[in-house]
Design a protein around this ligand. Sequence first.
Ligand code: GTP
Ligand code: SPV
Ligand code: MN
Length: 609
Amino acid sequence: MAKHLNAIPTKHAKLVEWVEQWAAICKPEGIYWCDGSKAEYDRLAEEMVQSGLAVRLNPAKKPNSLLFRSDPSDVARVENRTFIASEKQEDAGPTNNWIDPKELKKTMLGLYDGCMKGRILYVIPFSMGPVGSNIAKIGVELTDSAYVVINMHIMTRVGTKVLEVLGDKGEFVPCVHSVGKPLAEGESDHGIWPCAPIEKKYIAHFPETREIWSFGSGYGGNALLGKKCLALRIASVQARDEGWMAEHMLILKLTSPEGKVKYVAGAFPSACGKTNLAMLIPTLKGWKVETIGDDIAWMKFGKDGRLYAINPEAGFFGVAPGTNMESNKNAMISASRDTIFTNVALTEDGDVWWEGIGYDAPGTLIDWKGQKWDAATATEKAAHPNARFTARASNCPAIAPEWEDPAGVPIDAFLFGGRRPNTIPLVHQSMSWEHGVFMGSIVGSEVTAAALDLKAGTVRRDPFAMLPFCGYNMGDYFAHWLEIGQKSTADKLPKIFFVNWFRKTADGRWLWPGFGDNSRVLKWIFERCDGTGKAVETQIGYMPTVDAIDRTGLEDKVTDADMKELLALDIDGWKKEFDSIKVHYEKFGDKLPQALRDQLKALEQRLAK
Ligand code: GTP
Ligand code: SPV
Ligand code: MN
């Protein structure tokens, strides 16, 4: 039996018994209960530096920061190895991979048997949401990865305080994780990122029993189980049952020059701009954006009938490539210290570099695969396109003072969007809640590098940006959104908008500058929430008139002709869109709510006029 390396810090009998039971299966060398302290973080970081798994960056460049290089096969979420193992296949629905839970547990128990040999089993008690908040949820992750422990330290609230709130009977979501690479007697990782081959990777969710079992990957959402697994896949099931919302959304605070505040939440598929929008620095004078969250929103109705959102996370797991002082200064500052970098390139002076960092590579680099890299001769990228930084939210200069308010912030507007080079205009507004739900249900995007097993460049439907993250039947999820709309009134529900920063010209130029200039669209959205803001009603919803988007100082970059194109209603394009939505909707069969069928029909009729 594995021995405890420190004193068991809880009297929660069920928790202790569960830990012992998994230790008996995984057979680690020892069990260590995490306390979430800085000393613990520092010790584990130093151990990984000593063993060659991590590189300590030059403290003069990036204080208290580490670089990890993953195995080249373990660089992103693995959607085709992610499972919703509900008792009935129908409850996982047409968009999720399903295996019978009994069968999956049997397979996975076979893999877990002895999987932690030669490693330590870390017990990580964590809170999603401010510790003790009534919206927060507690999870406990068992893992054999110290990399996961230190990432969880940044991304969630870990340790002793959480166990205090849990008491000796409190509820927690049990999360089991192993990198799936046991060590033989005396063997070590030799500084190589441990993981299992793809066919042994399983990211499994058991929605009825609210359990998460992950095997074989050490990367991001596959391994940091508080994030996509708990805060979205399991939480979405709880939210459906309890009448709230768990969404793949950023949350931002928008302040006008007059000091009026609105809170905006936005769902964009992975690597489509949530972190950037959440930390935006407006190019419009007098406007201010502050960050509440950059990836996940949990929302509940307040007594006043408005939806209040909290960010369940405590850090950012942000995409590095493309992030620079121009595009996202606040992210750069957030990641300027106390940060874990994964799969970026290393400079000769112990700093990091990636494509789109804003300056040329300073000399020879070590690329994300650990090889020498020279700009002049390179045939591959120095940083992996899904290279990430794990940074503390508290290090973000734009973090809103109320970001940890347990009561949450009242949401005024929902945005949906994705990478659409054509057809979808810069912005349009829904005509009703139901029409807004329709908009969310048809979100599509060109595929990005955030998931391993997809073909980049093709457009796929990603309803509500939740395709890889909804823990139940997507048709039922649409119905849940419609029900949310029944629980309050139009004046109190968020207004719904569709945005597209990613329009391109035929020769591949961005039509819209994006980033800080997205504040110009936010301004129109702000005005629309106040009932002002010039708009015309079109076949697809309310659209700004060409002069309604403030282009002060931008007239050279975005000409009148560009603006016309960005705000044009492309009827032919939308007719094609209609055909593709029809195919998309067919997948859901009887589960597709009638209200959405009606919305599609109504769109068809409006387009025919
Ligand atoms: P996940 O963390 O995977 O959920 O991604 P995300 O939605 O937070 O995306 P993020 O903000 O990290 O942006 C991903 C990529 O899109 C980066 O390379 C950005 O530079 C780029 N991007 C973000 N906003 C814009 C924009 O307004 N215009 C353009 N052209 N690119 C953008
Ligand atoms: C995403 O892919 O949407 C992410 C990164 O936020 S991960 O945590 O790996 O899911
Ligand atoms: Mn995300």
